[in-house]
Ligand binder design. Structure first.
Ligand code: KIV
Ligand code: ZN
Length: 512
């Protein structure tokens, strides 16, 4: 008989809290909408008590998502649950996700609590959360390094208090697949009332075993898998959604397990997460890496040409990489362009579509062939862009070997006025960024600067990612242009816009 399991995605929480993966609120909204289209059952949108910004972004996402449950992470504290309740007020299907550590090392050194206090706090918090929310998940942080009987006891009490899902995390990625399966079996057999709740697992990848451990747990009866797109997450990351889902789909003969995931949305979702975080996947990454479907060796190419199944266990189409399509270039019309957007799983409103099409035409004049990556980059510039306080109007850079560089930058403010400043710097970008700072009046640090080419070839568009910091907070900016100086300045200005928006305009987010 085929089993149905739940996919719980924590890209926006565990993924987002990992170094280098922070997203602004508009980027989180775009990712959440993509996850909904992908068909994830539960979207963990954030940790509302961690900051007012996180509360607002969970609230915004909860107001937009209709087909997935939206979860808010909370410690087992009333003030966290109150923040979670507020963040989920507009959710169609809200979930409060409570967690407290149960391992000796965490209880003694981090919580400074006795096991009895942890148990008491678990019961009280689940009861409190159930007053506002019917769907309550309880996680025993560092469960794998905890005493199994203590976890069974805490889970049993959490279920008796009203928890509808109990989650068993391998928080530090220490488990090995056979022992993780054995542990999950033990928990199933020894937790009082387990049949009244759903058993979930949450695996980290410190030994590269997060996916293997999650699958082993499935074999032992787990009913929910927690994971992230591209496997992003704390330290070495979490179990990767695309690997789990494709392992279940490709080997359905073995598992006989269904998920609600529309696998043809995987590639587009993975690309979006790369773009908004600026964190790329390695070329040989399973499922979504650049080389996942590339066949280099002659003997492999020959085999694949004769019959794909010689070296391919799944098709690129099954994860949404469309094949054999018409080339888009300067002669392509709006209809062909809109068809390609549909194939890429991109939906834009009328105004956004017109804007991207106009940019496509400009780009097609510079490049012979406009690739899917180019289109995605243009779309990102429209759909994930936050309101532009500043936009780049003109720039002039002088850079001569052996001398300081100078930059003159003119920015347009949203009220229409133009501001121009010149600066001298240690290289062209240093000079340009200084001139931008002089105009915007923001003194920011530059934490990351990354320049890449969207496609190969001399006419490739340059894509720049920057992360700026101010008062311990970070903002990402992304810029695309066939000129790398321009893409860099655009990225820097985009990051300043994100800063301006998040620090001044929370009230302007409309919740539908
Ligand atoms: O890794 C972990 O234990 C977690 C919990 C908060 C579920 O992320
Ligand atoms: Zn985690």
């Amino acid at each position: 008989m085929t089993r149905q399991i739940k996919i719980f995605d924590t890209t926006l929480r565990d993924g987002e809290q990992s170094p280098g993966c922070s997203m602004n609120v508009q980027e989180k909204i775009d990712v959440a909408l993509r996850l909904e289209r992908l068909g994830v059952d539960i979207i963990e949108a954030g940790f509302p008590a961690s900051s007012p910004g996180d509360l607002e972004s969970v609230k915004t996402i909860a107001g937009l998502i209709r087909n997935s449950t939206v979860a808010a992470l909370c410690r087992t504290l009333e003030k966290d649950i109150d923040a979670g309740k507020e963040a989920l007020v507009n959710a169609v299907s809200p979930r409060i996700h409570l967690f407290i550590a149960t391992s000796p090392v965490h209880m003694e050194y981090k919580l400074k609590m006795t096991p009895e206090q942890v148990l008491e706090q678990t019961i009280a918090s689940v009861k409190y959360a159930r007053k506002f929310c019917e769907d309550v998940e309880f996680s025993a942080e560092d469960a794998f390094r905890s005493d199994p009987d203590f976890v069974c006891k805490v889970f049993g009490e959490a279920i008796a208090a009203g928890a509808t899902t109990v989650n068993f995390p391998d928080t530090v990625g220490y488990a090995l697949p056979p022992e993780f399966a054995e542990r999950i079996r033990y928990i199933r057999e020894h937790t009082p009332g387990i049949e009244k709740a759903r058993l979930s697992v949450h695996c980290h990848n410190d030994l590269g075993l997060a996916v293997a451990n999650s699958l082993a747990a499935l074999g032992a009866g787990a009913e929910q898998l927690e994971c992230t797109i591209n496997g992003i997450g704390e330290r070495a990351g979490n179990a990767s959604l695309e690997e789990l889902v494709m392992a279940l789909r490709v080997r359905k003969d073995f598992w006989a397990i269904n998920t609600n995931i529309d696998t043809t949305q995987i590639y587009a979702t993975s690309r979006l997460v790369c773009q908004v975080t600026g964190v790329k996947v390695q070329p040989n990454k399973a499922i979504v890496g650049e080389n996942a479907f590339a066949h280099e060796a002659g003997v492999h190419q020959h085999g694949v040409m004769a019959n794909r199944e010689t070296y391919e266990i799944m098709t690129p189409e099954s994860i949404g990489i469309p094949q054999n399509r018409m080339v888009l270039g300067k002669h392509s019309g709006r209809h062909a362009f809109e068809e390609r957007l549909k194939e890429l799983g991109i939906s834009l409103n009328e105004e956004q579509q017109s804007s991207v099409f106009a940019q496509f035409k400009l780009l097609a004049d510079k490049k012979k062939v406009v690739s899917d990556r180019d289109i995605e980059a243009l779309v990102m510039g429209v759909s994930a862009s936050i309101p532009e306080t500043w936009s780049l109007d003109h720039w002039l850079i002088n850079s001569v070997a052996g001398l300081s560089s100078t930059a003159t930058i003119r920015l347009r403010h949203k009220d229409g006025s133009l501001y121009e400043k010149a600066a001298v710097g240690n290289g062209p970008l240093d000079a340009a960024f200084k001139a931008v700072d002089m105009i915007t009046g923001k003194e920011v640090g530059l934490e990351l600067y990354e320049l890449g080419a969207i496609t190969g070839g001399k006419s490739a568009q340059g894509e720049t990612m920057v992360k700026i910091t101010k008062d311990g907070r970070r903002w990402n900016g992304r810029g695309v242009s066939t000129d790398i100086v321009e893409s860099s300045v655009k990225a820097y200005v985009a990051a300043v816009n994100a800063l301006e928006w998040e620090t001044s305009a929370w009230g302007k987010i409309t919740i539908q």
